[in-house]
Design a protein around this ligand. Sequence first.
Ligand code: PEP
Ligand code: MG
Length: 587
Amino acid sequence: MTDSARSKMKVLRGIPASAGVAIGTGYFLNRTMPSSVHSTVPREKVEEEVTAFLRAVSRSRDQISAIREGVKDQSSEHYQILSVHLALLEDSMLVDQTVRLIRENQFKADWAFNKVLQNLLETFHRIEDQYLRERGHDLRQIGHRVLENLAGRAVDSVASIRDPVIVIAHDLSPADTAQILKSPVLGFATDVGSKTSHTAITARSLGIPAVVGLERVTDEHSEHEEVILDGEEGIVILRPTPETVLEYTEKQKLYLHRIRELARFARLPAVTRDGRILRLHANIEFPEEADAALRRGAEGIGLYRTEFLFLNRKDLPSEEEQYQTYRRVAEKFVRRPVTIRTFDLGGDKFASQIDLAEEMNPAMGLRAIRFCLKEKDIFKQQIRAILRASSHGMVRMMFPMISGVAELRSALAVVDEAKAELRKKRVAFNKEIPIGIMVEIPSAAMVADLLAKEADFFSIGTNDLIQYALAIDRVNEHVSYLYEPLHPAILRLIRRIVEGAHDARIPVSMCGEMAGEPFYAIVLLGLGMDELSMNATSIPLVKRILRKSVAYEAKEFVGGLLLHGTAAEIGRILRKKLEDMFPEERF
Ligand code: PEP
Ligand code: MG
């Protein structure tokens, strides 16, 4: 692109993932393994190639040593990992074999290095010993660093960001976004992703503006340029004019003002004008979010995604660590329920220490409860930790991805074993701990009446329920237009789940992203939900809508909506209704 073309303002439209306006310098975070193609160099250039490679290795070594020097505690895990990385770089196999390939075959350095790396990775993958197998992950990180240094690019991670910047990336994993909690990142924009990918969900939980699914933001952006990110409209503006910056500075102020105004609703109950009370809970990924959830008026935690405790680390969290972490949250929410979901790894969330096979279709693969029932020891360890935490507050346990009664029974059998073990050791726990399930697979929705006889509560996971019922990958931006919470099939499934729960007199919650969208609040009220669990920022807004609504009118209105054939029709009718009912609100 020419300089004059570069200096022109560019507006990119993507998927609004997390509300708020961020204005700042863009920072390109390269998270992809640089690709290499088979290429050779003329004989006289071979030694240059060797030198370039050795320089990249030495630069990588210096960088890692510098990072390690910054780690004070030499016994810490971080220090140990960096030492492993250094040792791998010293490894003669990695370095010598690459040099040999360059010299013997006249390969370009990146191609030669990649070949050696891939061979080694394959060997690591076949190793039985888990510790050694895990070193494959370190090797991949080292490989990335050396290749980036060879290409003359900076190597970085979210954790190393020190300045308030807007992160621009092709994609960010949930592990990357988890690090944002401890960094000064103002917001992020990615080429791929959708509203219900876990990366977007984490951004909303942390209250960081984000736009995903922009397709070309990494191509269009150049380093250190100013960027505006509007997470409500799903817009990213590159190289904004001074007038545009002013306009968005105003918008940012208005947004912050709106959030402050809404805070008044945080403390009020979500009671409709005709006296129906809904309990509004928060979804959290990290215990650190508990205080903000309380401040925003959460009457409990409706979904604690414990799998985030398993990300960004080399070891599995021990039972003791899990117990202490869950206990901390339970103690903060005095006399309020804390729903701890057993870990849901797989899908789009991967932990390096758990060796999940690479699957063609991870969303339908060995994920969540399926993985847990296979790796029963890890599962039982978590269950014991949750049970122990249950003696410190109103802890509820919840299983993800239950597909039917058999799976629920298998999971409950593991709980019984865990309880027996604790009893034997005379460890305290709540014997009456409520145990519920996420209803997020269509088969579970179809047998909701049967499941309701054996579970203490339901929580509807619309993110997955929509994905599986409408057959659309929730992280794929190309099909995100088909992601329709108002699809008649989805509304009918929800109705069926609620009826199944209420016939068996158990409460039903919703913790998918649909629950936190004010646009759907009266639909969910009309469908008879007892609880809604959402990112904490949405709580005051949804409360305000519910407090202005009338439950029996909403029920009648939804009865009418269910007669329509398409999500678009239903959406139009709903919008019109909301504009009439709440002319002062924005939807
Ligand atoms: C869901 O699927 O709606 C849900 C809340 O669970 P997760 O987003 O963690 O899959
Ligand atoms: Mg889910």
